[in-house]
Design a protein around this ligand. Structure first.
Ligand SMILES: [Zn+2]
Ligand SMILES: [Zn+2]
Ligand SMILES: [Zn+2]
Length: 222
């Protein structure tokens, strides 16, 4: 049986609200060391420890009730082929998840998508400066991401997306490059509509125009 050696934890920080990810390697627990996830804002939000690499104790700083919750788990709960949810029993809410990287990323993506859709459908437009524009811009971004047209200068294609009231923040977890895409008015939407792809650089998001001549790898006849 092949045991997946890597898993990833995704948890929303109760202090600043961003979703942080950390890969959990079974090999990181040599001599009983604990693995911690510290948010970019400095808050410790997750801790995983074990003595024997069979039984694990996970502690998560809950974004719903702001308490620490303890989860006892076995190795195969964390390193498996399926995503496991971390649930706050008090609030009955999913506060995070652990599992294979690609599945966790896919779920986060659909959660963000549904968050924006929900905001629009339920009229929670107060959060966004313009919920319709935000949803439309997000649709373009997800389409670019699905088609490999949202990339980073370092070659990473797995760009982190965070949604704010008037803009979307893109960031590469590999090299830290990134920037923001405005999504608050019609001009912002028009700009994104004319873009074929986006590339993260150290100075922000570089937009590649749709009609800026032949695409990469395809030459015109001349
Ligand atoms: Zn934080
Ligand atoms: Zn809780
Ligand atoms: Zn990068």
């Amino acid at each position: 049986m092949l045991l997946p050696a890597d898993a990833v934890i995704a948890l929303r920080c109760p202090v600043c609200g961003r979703v942080e990810l950390k890969s959990l390697s079974l090999f990181a627990f040599a001599r009983g060391r604990a693995v911690e996830l510290i948010c970019a804002c400095g808050t410790t939000i997750f801790r995983l420890e074990t003595r024997d690499r069979k039984q694990f104790l996970a502690r998560a700083h809950c974004m719903a009730c702001e308490e620490w919750h303890v989860f006892e788990c076995r190795r195969r709960d964390i390193w498996s082929t399926e995503v496991k949810e971390l649930v706050c029993e008090d609030m009955g809410l999913e506060i995070g998840m652990v599992g294979p990287y690609s599945s966790v990323k896919a779920r986060l993506r659909s959660q963000e998508k549904s968050l924006a859709e929900m905001a629009r459908d339920l009229g929670f437009s107060a959060y966004f400066e313009n919920a319709d524009i935000m949803c439309a811009v997000l649709e373009y971004l997800y389409e670019m991401a699905d088609n490999g047209r949202l990339t980073c200068r370092c070659g990473n294609r797995d760009v982190e997306v965070e949604i704010f009231p008037g803009y979307i923040q893109l960031r590469c977890a590999e090299c830290g490059a990134g920037g923001v895409v405005a999504a608050k008015d019609n001009d912002d939407l028009l700009r994104v509509e004319q873009v074929w792809g986006m590339r993260l650089t150290s100075r922000g998001v570089h937009m590649e125009r749709r009609q800026a001549g032949p695409r990469d790898g395809r030459r015109s006849k001349k």
